[in-house]
Design a protein around this ligand. Structure first.
Ligand code: KG4
Ligand code: ZN
Length: 340
């Protein structure tokens, strides 16, 4: 019987301070998330300086709670894994500094984790049968990627957004119709009351790069629709608008995912990132995967949005592959996927 490997994960790249303990990469022993959403809501978005200060306040209590809930001490931990990019530099630095301090004090190995690698790894937490290779749609506040997960921590990029990320489009449209921040979950809820066929918004594609995405045209179309209605003195049905906008995003994401599954013959396809918690997207991808004969995977919503269990999971696979960071580990705000 092999010894269990316990990883302490730490995440602070944006507006959640999170820590988690995961056993053998797949079993979540604790998953503590301190969300700053109420703090940023009044500003309509994340204020980086406020985020950093709040992370400083929360990071140690959150780590302590994660260890406590898992019923372990720092000495029981095999390695500390931390998100070191991409993200807000001041926010990342808090998690990285805390992880370095703990690793140094407890004489534990340190592993740097790419945030997006974490989002993809969230799928392993609840799906023991899921192993690479598989295709994956990563949709978060800052990223929209179609990737092939060749192996743990090894990706090949197939498509990416040329402008706004899917989550960013959700957030901007929500703000425009006065739903506030964070926009994604609010549009998701509002859309349930609306008619997705009410307003035919454009489904943008990128010339010559089928698997790339572009959401800025769709965002402008929504803003134009709102301005036009305002100038004409017409009332706007927010629920219809939310449902129609969401359908435009979901249709594009699904069409390209389905085409990729068909082209590459994937038997397994996963979704990852905050937008993967969108109910319409999950339903649509599930149906498309069934049609293409691929099994569909998505993390539970709590593991889709930022959390540290996904970082501990990705960190585990990095750790067993021999990856180690030293105390020179720094925050890399624009870290590319696959870079070390
Ligand atoms: O992955 P995540 O928590 O943070 C980043 O790494 O960016 O993603 C946050 C994004 C935000 O843009 C948020 O509006 C979006 O995910 N989001 C959603 C939903 N829940 C979160 N978008 C659509 N529908 C949702 N239910
Ligand atoms: Zn994220």
């Amino acid at each position: 019987m092999l010894k269990d490997i316990l990883i302490l994960g730490i995440e602070s790249s944006c507006d959640e301070t999170a820590a988690a303990v995961v056993r053998n990469g797949r079993e979540v022993l604790s998953n503590i998330i301190s969300s700053q959403v109420p703090l940023h809501t009044i500003y309509g978005g994340v204020v980086p300086e406020i985020a950093s200060r709040k992370h400083v306040e929360k990071v140690i209590p959150v780590i302590r709670e994660a260890l406590q809930e898992a019923g372990v001490t720092l000495q029981d931990i095999d390695a500390v894994a931390v998100t070191y990019g991409p993200g807000l530099v001041g926010a990342l630095l808090v998690g990285v500094s805390a992880a370095k301090g703990l690793a140094y004090a407890a004489k534990k190995p340190l592993v740097g984790v790419h945030h997006i690698e974490g989002h993809v790894a969230a799928n392993y937490l609840e799906h023991p049968d899921l192993t690479p290779p598989f295709g994956c749609l990563v949709v978060s506040g800052g990223h929209t990627h179609l990737v092939e997960v060749e192996d743990y921590g090894k990706f090949s990029m197939i498509g990416r957004t040329r402008d706004d990320a899917a989550g960013e489009a959700f957030d901007k449209v929500a703000r425009a119709i006065g739903l506030g921040y964070p926009g994604g979950p609010k549009i998701d809820r509002k859309a349930k009351e609306g008619n997705p066929l009410a307003i035919p918004f454009p489904k943008a594609s990128v010339d010559g790069a089928f698997y790339d995405f572009s959401f800025s045209g769709l965002k402008s179309a929504v803003l134009n629709y709102l301005n036009h209605a305002k100038m004409q003195g017409l009332s706007v049905n927010d629920a219809d608008l939310a449902a129609s906008f969401q359908k435009a995003v979901v249709d594009v994401l699904t069409e390209k995912s389905a085409a990729l599954i068909r082209e590459r013959g994937y038997r397994r396809f996963a979704a990852a990132g905050g937008v993967a918690s969108n109910s319409a997207l999950r339903e649509s991808l599930k149906t498309a995967c069934e049609k293409e004969g691929a099994a569909f995977y998505a993390p539970s919503p709590i593991f889709c949005t930022d959390n540290a269990a996904m970082i501990a999971c990705a960190g585990y696979y990095e750790y067993i592959a021999g990856a180690r960071a030293d105390l020179a580990l720094n925050a890399v705000p624009n870290l590319k996927l696959g870079e070390r």
